[in-house]
Design a protein around this ligand. Structure first.
Ligand code: SF4
Ligand code: SF3
Length: 547
């Protein structure tokens, strides 16, 4: 195996024996082969689109396959073996359909569009060719990795949107074009950089689509005090990012005597009007994903994982974890689902009734719900605070949390920020400081949480709104600094989206991606002023010295 897609890549280069995340070598190999075959499917599916055929089933299959390979989503070998088989089948079906429609496919000669295998051994053996180390030039490898990882992040957001029946064929077309182009040896480094920017542009589109899907279905997030304590009823914990799953769980648990709590990236569900109306929706239990090994144990009841980040479960709570969507792990039970994607939580509700109520691990409240509409509603207050000098600078500290000790940097950074600064956050990065008492500025909390990582889109809209209000020509003239924490591939698409929007001088930590070669880092430094982090004192001085 060779995997270098997340921030925890072993030795800062890549995992080669077993993932730091717990992914086994065979699963890593199968994931590479799945992506390879999905590229093969894409060749024909793009032709099918041009011929005006209905490609929706294949679009969704490709999207879901990409999503399943995101860090901490799916560890189940059998799932990847099945998917590779299915991908080969769909590739052949699509090929036959386009030929039938009169399309000449003789120009599609790449091995990914033709290779076939039947056994697990054949699939695993193919990984050496399908994986990243097969690309000799390190800059090409780096740019292709950046594009594929960005597309994986895109796939996650696109899937949440289509679960709410919001789709955009242009996004599917870009994803598949990008996959195919990462097999094109004729592309120069400049072409690949251009494709990376196009990924950023599509990232903005996908996050906008998901934002519309979420807010038109569940209302605009509003300022909310979220309970972090517990009640005495048995309960179900729901984690991940999928709001449609959240909705179905709340509907089906109503009146059963079973409460519902969110974990990690599901916390922002507490901010939506459509969910707040449920009295058995108690609040949020625990912290970011990587603390689940302790928090799932003390929660006592069943846990539903709707997306990443799943940590290989401990035996003590393994029988209480249920997976759905792109998530998987050998031995864990699946949430039952009918052909229309309607989930049936009956078994999990009955399971919860036999469990003890959650053990209290903390008490109190945290505040959030500062997505774009809520912040726009407070715009006058925010603008006045900036004009009067009460707010001197905003710090966008969005992104991911993770288990590396070096991430304590972000807690210390938040604590040491001057009192006239405000943190804008989204994603599970917030857990590094959302329970600190950082106070407020004239009633505006010093940590404004917009929501999940995809709600980084809200932060971009807020920045664009401020630019308009202050009549500036360039988003970079705003008193906003970007100190972003990343972990997995959704953060990659968020980063590319910000770059596409013209945001400069983003600092990324706790380490720069292992998949960026020195030359690619140079391009990012020269064109976008991207930087890493050092230590809190020096970085603080650097950010505050910047105008
Ligand atoms: Fe290693 Fe990250 Fe890949 Fe897991 S996802 S195998 S930790 S690089
Ligand atoms: Fe977190 Fe996995 Fe990235 Fe959605 S839940 S931000 S790490």
């Amino acid at each position: 195996m060779f995997c270098h897609q997340c921030q925890e890549a072993a030795k800062g280069t890549g995992c080669t024996v077993r993932g730091v995340c717990g992914k086994t070598s065979d699963v890593a190999n199968l994931q590479d082969v799945l992506i390879y075959i999905l590229k093969g499917v894409s060749f024909y599916n793009l032709e099918a689109k041009k011929a005006g055929l209905n490609t929706n089933k294949v679009d969704k299959f490709i999207t879901d396959g990409l999503f399943a390979t995101i860090t901490n989503a799916n560890f189940d070998k059998a799932v990847f073996v099945d998917r590779i088989k299915k991908a080969i089948e769909l590739r052949e079906e699509t090929k036959a359909a386009v030929i039938k429609a009169g399309v000449n496919v003789d120009h599609i000669t790449h091995d990914a569009a033709h290779w076939t295998g039947n056994t697990v051994e054949e699939f695993e053996a193919k990984a050496a060719e399908a994986g990243y180390l097969a690309i000799e030039n390190e800059d090409v490898r780096s740019l292709r990795s950046l594009i594929v990882f960005g597309v994986k992040g895109l796939a996650a957001y696109v899937e949440h949107a289509y679960n709410l029946k919001y789709e955009d064929d242009e996004i599917y077309t870009f994803m598949q074009t990008a996959l195919v182009e990462t097999l094109n040896d004729k592309l120069t480094a400049d072409d690949l950089v251009a494709l990376t920017m196009k990924a950023g542009e599509t990232g903005v589109k996908a996050m906008a689509l998901l934002d519309t899907a979420n807010t038109s279905t569940y209302g605009n997030p509003e300022i909310t005090k979220v309970n972090i304590g517990v009640k005495n009823n048995p309960a179900i914990l729901i984690s991940g990012h999928d709001l449609r799953d959240m909705e179905q769980l709340l509907e089906q648990t109503e009146g059963t005597g079973v409460d519902v709590y969110t974990h990690s990236e599901m916390l922002p569900a507490n901010y939506y009007p459509a969910f707040k109306k449920y009295s058995h929706f108690v609040g949020n239990y625990g912290n970011a994903w990587w603390k689940q090994d302790k928090e799932f144990e003390t929660f006592n009841g069943p846990i539903v994982m709707t997306t990443n980040c799943l940590v290989p479960p401990k035996d003590v709570y393994k029988d209480r974890v249920y997976t759905t969507g792109a998530v998987g792990f050998e031995g864990l039970k699946r949430v039952k689902e009918n052909a229309d994607g309607i989930k049936d939580f009956t078994e999990i509700i009955e399971h919860a009734k036999k469990c003890a109520a959650p053990t209290e691990i903390e008490r109190g409240e945290i505040i959030g719900g500062f997505a774009h509409e809520q912040v726009f509603a407070l715009a006058d207050k925010v603008v006045d605070a900036v004009k009067s000098g009460a707010i001197k600078r905003f710090f966008v500290m969005a992104g991911c949390d993770g288990r590396m000790k070096s991430r304590d940097y972000y807690t210390e950074f938040a604590e040491k920020l001057p009192k006239d600064t405000v943190i804008l956050t989204a994603g599970c990065a917030k857990y590094k400081y959302n329970k600190l008492d950082l106070g407020d500025i004239g009633g505006i909390p010093r940590v404004l949480d917009a929501g999940q990582c995809n709600d980084s889109y809200s932060l971009a809209l807020i920045a664009l709104k401020l630019k308009e209000v202050f009549e500036l020509n360039d988003i970079n003239e705003l008193p906003i600094s970007y100190n972003i924490a990343w972990y997995e591939q959704k953060a990659v698409i968020v980063l590319l989206a910000l770059l596409y929007l013209g945001v400069k001088n983003i600092h990324l930590g706790p380490t720069l991606p292992a998949f960026l070669s020195p030359n690619v880092v140079n391009v990012l430094v020269e064109n976008f002023g991207i930087g890493g982090i050092t230590n809190v004192e020096d970085d603080m001085a650097m950010f505050l010295g910047a105008t």
